[in-house]
Design a protein around this ligand. Sequence first.
Ligand code: SAH
Ligand code: SF4
Ligand code: F3S
Length: 446
Amino acid sequence: MEDVKGKVYFETYGCQMNFSDTELVAGILAKDHYEVVTDINDADLIFINTCSIRENAEQRVFSRLKHLRGMKRRKGKELVVGVMGCMAERLKTNLIEKEKLVDVVVGPDAYRDVPRLIQMAKLGEKGINTLLSLDETYENITPLRTEGISAWLTVMRGCDNFCTFCVVPFTRGRERSRPVESIVKEVELLSAEGRTKEITLLGQNVNSYSDSGKQFGALLEAVAAVDRSIRIRFATSHPKDFSDDVLLAIRNNENLCKYIHIPFQAGSTKVLADMNRTYTREEYLSLIDHMKTMIPGVSLSTDVMVGFPGETEADFEDTLDIMRRVKFDTAFMFKYSPREGTKAFKMGDNVPDEVKTDRLNRLIEVQERISFENNQKRIGNIETILIEGPAPRGVNFLRGKTDSNVACVFQAEPGMKPGDLVKVRITSGTGHTLKAEVLKDETVSI
Ligand code: SAH
Ligand code: SF4
Ligand code: F3S
């Protein structure tokens, strides 16, 4: 065994795919004899995995980089600082010019090149690779997973949808799917290791997955069949591509969770058209009705934004109306943030910030009430919980998730541990968490 070449510390911002990518790069570096450390002070390599989705996501990274300046001053050339992810792709060499301390800039499709880029930085040069690829899926790379019982698994990369507000097609390039066979093989490995009890399949738009004629429904069936004791989730779904093969797969496979994250972004057909979302308000609502019919009790979550260019009060009322009709369990709600280079950027950011804030607050208020009401309706239900760990409050309490992805806490029984499935009866609930009592002597299936 070769000596350790260096100690690397990762800090990750952004979406689940970024967290998954960090594990990928950690895997690449571990294979190249680097050690991954969890204390930044032990590190001689720091990688920040960044997000560009909204202005404040980038601001957070800039202020973090400023913070690291002191550290870099103390350690000098001994410390290599790298920026990876979507900001690296978007800002490229500007990042180095703006942030003098950055030595490596590497975009989402160039992670195989990270060891070489580090070597360049160690020789006192800047290591930059922001080439996007048409076919990179990292299919033969084993990620270094550090999370407990849950694993992310990226099944496709990039996005071709070009929603007019979004940087992702620019930062992550064209859409491409990883072969079914390589995904199934990784799930088999995870199953054989025995630690993983939940796998989330990731892509910006999983419903357009396609590998030699196999669509996403077929992939779900194949993954679910590997190990029936592993729960399978997926994100994100785009309404335009959502077809029945996925709903049938969920219906026919107990270990595919009855939970769908299906962003709608805006409630008015005019705004949806300006966003290039390619569906109308009516089409979205009828898709949701169809899902609820096909999968009784399905849990839904969404992403939605306020203050898109030209959004009127009436448009916003349409958004509120969708929230009230669909009754999502969870919603991720954002103020529109103009991103340079996108089509919407040219439309002008013409909804004043006070109006955006007011709309966002009204949206949050409506959603909080709906989440609360949904959870009240769950009282008395029998649910299977996948235990994740100790509850944040309360001695001897555990926390976990229902199949529908709602957090649940309950009193621990002797012998219970993370990764176990346990049957409970829901006794109360707030907007965010359910409380439950354990049902003893129940046979537990997923
Ligand atoms: N691929 C996913 C989501 C990717 S980004 C999808 O299509 O739904 C996650 C969320 O960030 C988006 O759903 C959107 O609600 C939000 N978002 C994207 N660009 C944004 C912007 N410019 N301003 C505010 N929110 C944005
Ligand atoms: Fe962005 Fe739209 Fe692609 Fe989602 S589907 S990543 S919102 S362009
Ligand atoms: Fe952010 Fe890139 Fe994900 S912009 S949300 S890290 S795809």
